[in-house]
Design a protein around this ligand. Structure first.
Ligand SMILES: O=C(CO)[C@H](O)[C@H](O)COP(=O)(O)O
Length: 221
């Protein structure tokens, strides 16, 4: 299984987004963090920015909604050109319904878990998701230290998916770098979201290549 790398634009220069996108041509997906100032204590971007990104890249846009009442935004992000849409299990009491709606809109649905949220909350929606995002920091800000206990959770998510015959991706988000990536991949992660370790580097494409290499088995680096 080859691991995908999704640089997080949260760590990019917002004044030059098109330029920043051009600096990671070797990315598999572009990760877009949407924050509403309620679900998380930060405000970032909305559908108009996703629409603008859509014009400058053909890479899949992986939109991570860190918002309350995500049902208000599904159509808007679909219209803006998102390819993949992940909502938080803590943000809705109608997770099943919203994941189905995302699929009906023609997008890949994802469910995200905050660090304190148990994996068990996904048991009855496994067949509805193309990806499960495990937050490996508390959501809201880039540049935070990885929470080591989340390695066990990544493995638990992978086991849950396998137990139901699902090939959904396990996405990890927060504090992903060359040091943490090998452990995350060994635990079952198939997509690494990386902000600071990619865009914080003077050469983001080279940083991404290094990250991809560390994610391979030692014999294959
Ligand atoms: O979802 C996020 C924050 O809520 C970011 O995607 C995540 O923190 C990535 O940033 P970094 O790699 O700098 O930790």
């Amino acid at each position: 299984m080859s691991v995908k790398i999704a640089p997080s634009l949260l760590a990019a220069d917002f004044a030059h987004l098109a330029h920043e996108v051009g600096r990671v041509p070797n990315a598999d997906w572009l990760h877009v963090d949407v924050m509403d100032g309620h679900f998380v204590p930060n405000l970032t971007i909305g559908p108009p920015v996703v629409q603008a990104l859509r014009r400058v890249t053909s890479l899949p846009l992986d939109v991570h909604l860190m918002v309350e009442a995500p049902e208000r935004w599904l159509e808007a992000f679909a219209r803006a050109g998102a390819d993949r849409l992940t909502i938080h299990v803590e943000a809705t009491v109608h997770l099943d319904r919203l994941l189905r709606q995302i699929r009906e809109l023609g997008l890949h649905p994802g469910a995200a878990l905050n660090p304190a949220t148990p994996v068990e909350s996904l048991r009855y929606v496994v067949e509805l998701v193309d990806q499960v995002l495990v937050m490996t920091v508390n959501p809201g800000f880039g540049g935070q230290p990885f929470i080591p206990g989340m390695l066990r959770k990544v493995a638990e998510v992978r086991r849950l998916l396998e137990s139901q015959g699902s090939h959904a991706d396990v996405v990890v988000d927060g504090g992903v770098d060359e040091r943490t990536a090998p452990h995350l991949v060994a635990a079952g992660a198939s997509v690494l979201v990386a902000g600071t370790s990619v865009f914080g580097d003077p050469d983001p494409a080279a940083a991404l290549t290094r990250l991809r290499r560390t994610a391979r088995p030692p014999s294959d680096r």
